[in-house]
Design a protein around this ligand. Structure first.
Ligand code: C2E
Ligand code: MG
Ligand code: MG
Length: 684
């Protein structure tokens, strides 16, 4: 039996009993309460819930119409049936207008049970409808997704509140607006095409489309839509995927660009080269690939730390981009290597101009983090089609040409030639073999005397490295020292040199020979990579050589790289008595300003000036200027590469202090040098 909570607005108890009786016999388990006034009705409503209200039409102090307006006001949605003793069409119509479900006469209650059943049904479906409406409102107001209904033209009927956050509009301002107005202009054609397919009954699923935010920025939405059953409304849901889209774009960017310099990376330039090749094949034009390696970047990086090295790379990258045309590509190949693709060239010589321009620009001092950096670059050039027909071949051959440029003294560019490949092979072999040189005892030192021009006596010697390779024979240090520097092998090799030279000098000292200083060359890489002070002090201690008998030779170029560090280091070594000389003087960038503060003892005039000073007035001027400069600064001055008596004579006349060169002696093994000392060999 269905329980029926019945609220009766009825003044007659008899009538009420009668009505209840009818309901009970109709199968309802009735729980009823009877009220007669508005107050009672309101109180009873609070004690609900009620399934139905049965109201008399006319009560002494109340009536059905008032009861209906109370119920409307309270809004609980309880169905009302008016049961009246009065007959009258107009009365019935009036109550139905006010919301009654039905109107019955007390005299004829046969329709009561079906009327109640119907009223309950209607109320129930109304409740369901309300619930749905309520849910819809909740969804429209709270969903993060953009939900909307459109008419078949594509105009908005309803839009969820999310439109505000996603596209910046108020939902109401869009009613009647065509959705096309919100779609990004570039995406409209494809969007409208999708929209048509929805109208034809197909479902749109996760269609990705660009929209425009009210402020003009692009918003990526995935869009789903379906046509309603009645074919009059399109229901669609859009989800903002801008963040995901941007993350994807970022990932794609990172996969093709270098994180440090923002330049295209190796992968991307490979693609670009391949495209350029295809284009060049079609048009019959050329393309050139430049392989640039920054000279001595490793030294800067090891010496000043990686953050500074990074800043230098960034600055260099910016410089490069500024130097090429818009259609050209500058990419970072890795480390300090860059690739520059010059597409669509008419003649190969156009690449000369660009290479020359880059070399010249890199030469200018760069100010990075307030510090002046002297850099230069070596460039190799490969041209399509003659130097390679694939991206790999062009990159490889440009690389080979770059190595040649480095060997030619850096700061220059070279075009690839066939002979270069063989040369590179040799270089690679050399590096591998140099690895074993220390361990396999293939290194030797030779000693070249330095002689005083006033006394004619030997004052010291320079230790010079020799590499005897069982198959290659004698390899010149000019050849392998740069390789040792680039590969880092200079550190163990340099350590071996210092130890051997100091031990040798100590032996001569022990033997009671006239005291001579031994000069050891230090390269930039060693200087910046190691704690030179500790290293030198330890070696002196281990070998027992008095510090005054050791001289260190640094080239001017090294000093210019970090004047302050060199000054600090050598002041400490100078304090304990170690001497310092500036090698190859005249070839670098020395400025008088720092030379004055330098704890150096000696300047060595580079042999290139000495060689031609008798025939080339400019070289003679430089030699004389260096001598006078050295004396003003109270440095001793030595001329290198003195080969003839005329050289010697000229230098003596111009007050040079000492000479070193084949004229007196070539570099010789220790035993020979010792013999010279014993015999007291001197200048004629
Ligand atoms: P450097 O320090 O300027 O050494 C002088 C070079 O001039 C030596 O060449 C020497 O043999 C050469 N030389 C001496 N007298 C004459 C002459 O009268 N005429 C001519 N034409 N040349 C003369 P070498 O031994 O081939 O060394 C070349 C360079 O290699 C050196 O230049 C130095 O920069 C570097 N080097 C040599 N040994 C070492 C070493 O142990 N460590 C480092 N870091 N570098 C070294
Ligand atoms: Mg030297
Ligand atoms: Mg020299």
């Amino acid at each position: 039996m269905t329980i029926l909570h019945t609220l009766m607005v009825e003044d007659s108890e008899d009538d009420a009993l009668l009505i209840l009786e009818v309901l009970r016999s109709g199968g309802y388990d009735v729980r009823a309460r009877r009220v007669e006034t508005e107050d009672e009705l309101r109180r009873a409503l609070c004690d609900g819930p009620w399934d139905i209200v049965l109201s008399d039409y006319m009560l002494p102090s109340f009536d059905a119409e008032s009861a209906l307006s109370v119920l409307n006001e309270v809004g609980l949605g309880i169905p009302v049936i008016v049961i009246s003793g009065t007959v009258g069409e107009d009365v019935a119509v009036e109550t139905l207008k006010l919301g009654a479900e039905d109107y019955l006469l007390k005299q004829n209650l046969t329709r009561l049970v079906p009327a109640v059943a119907r009223a309950l049904d209607v109320a129930e479906s109304r409740r369901q409808q309300n619930k749905l409406e309520h849910m819809k409102t909740l969804i429209l107001e709270n969903s993060l997704d953009l939900i909307c209904t459109l008419d078949t033209q594509g105009c908005f009927l309803e839009v969820s509140a999310a439109i505000q956050t996603v596209l910046g509009y108020e939902p109401v301002e869009l009613t009647g607006v065509h959705i096309e107005k919100l779609v990004h202009p570039d995406a409209q054609v494809s969007f409208l095409h999708e929209f048509q397919t929805v109208l034809q009954g197909e479902r749109m699923r996760d269609f990705e489309c660009r929209f425009l935010h009210e402020c003009g920025r692009t918003v990526y939405l995935t869009w789903s839509a379906v046509l309603s059953q009645d074919h009059d409304v399109i229901v669609s849901v859009g989800r903002d995927v801008t963040e995901r889209k941007q993350a994807e774009q970022r990932i794609r960017y990172l996969a093709t660009h270098d994180g440090l310099t923002d330049l295209p990376n190796r992968n991307l330039i490979q693609d670009r080269i391949q495209q350029a090749i295809t284009h060049a094949r079609r048009t019959g034009r050329l393309l050139a690939l430049l392989f640039l390696d920054l000279d001595r970047f490793k030294v800067i990086n090891d010496g000043y730390g990686h953050p500074f090295g990074d800043a230098v790379l960034k600055a260099a990258a910016e410089q490069l981009v500024a130097l090429v045309r818009d259609g050209d590509t500058v990419a970072r190949q890795g480390g300090d290597e860059f690739l520059i693709l010059l597409a669509d060239l008419r003649k190969a010589s156009d690449a000369h101009i660009v290479a020359q321009k880059i070399v010249e620009n890199l030469e200018r001092p760069l100010v990075v983090q307030g510090r002046e950096v002297h850099m230069s670059g070596s460039i190799g050039v490969a041209v399509f089609p003659q130097d390679g027909e694939t991206a790999d071949a062009l990159i490889g051959n440009a690389d080979v040409a770059m190595y040649r440029a480095k060997n030619l003294g850096r700061n220059t560019y070279q075009f690839f030639t066939r002979e270069m490949s063989e040369e590179t092979q040799r270089r690679v072999n050399l590096e591998t073999r140099l690895h074993d040189a220390v361990a396999m005892d293939q290194l030797r030192l030779v000693y070249q005397p330095m002689v005083s021009l006033t006394s004619g006596r030997i004052t010291g010697c320079e230790a010079l490295l020799r590499w005897h390779h069982p198959e290659l024979g004698m390899v010149s240090p000019a050849h392998f020292i740069p390789i040792a520097e680039d590969s880092g092998l200079i550190v163990p090799i340099g350590d071996w040199v210092l130890r051997t030279a100091c031990a040798q000098a100590r032996t001569w000292w022990d033997a009671g020979l006239p005291p001579v200083t031994v000069a050891v060359n230090i390269s930039a890489r060693q200087f910046l990579q190691q704690d030179v002070v500790t290293w030198v002090m330890n070696t002196l201690r281990k070998t027992g050589l008095p510090p005054e008998l050791l001289e260190l030779e640094l080239t001017e170029t090294l000093i210019a790289q970090d004047v302050e560090k060199v000054i600090a280091t050598f002041s400490r070594l100078g304090d304990v008595g170690v001497k310092l000389s500036i090698d190859d003087f005249g070839t670098g960038y020395s400025s008088l300003g720092y030379l004055k503060r330098f704890p150096a003892d000696t300047l060595k005039i580079d042999q290139s000036f000495v060689r031609d000073m008798l025939t080339d007035p400019e070289d003679a001027t430089i030699v004389l200027a260096v001598i006078s400069l050295a004396h003003n600064l109270e440095f001793k001055v030595i001329a290198e590469g003195v080969e003839t008596e005329q050289h010697c004579h000229f230098l003596r006349q111009n007050h040079c202090d000492e000479i070193q060169g084949y004229y007196f002696s070539k570099p010789v093994p220790a035993a020979e040098f010792e013999a010279m000392l014993r015999s007291g060999k001197r200048l004629p």
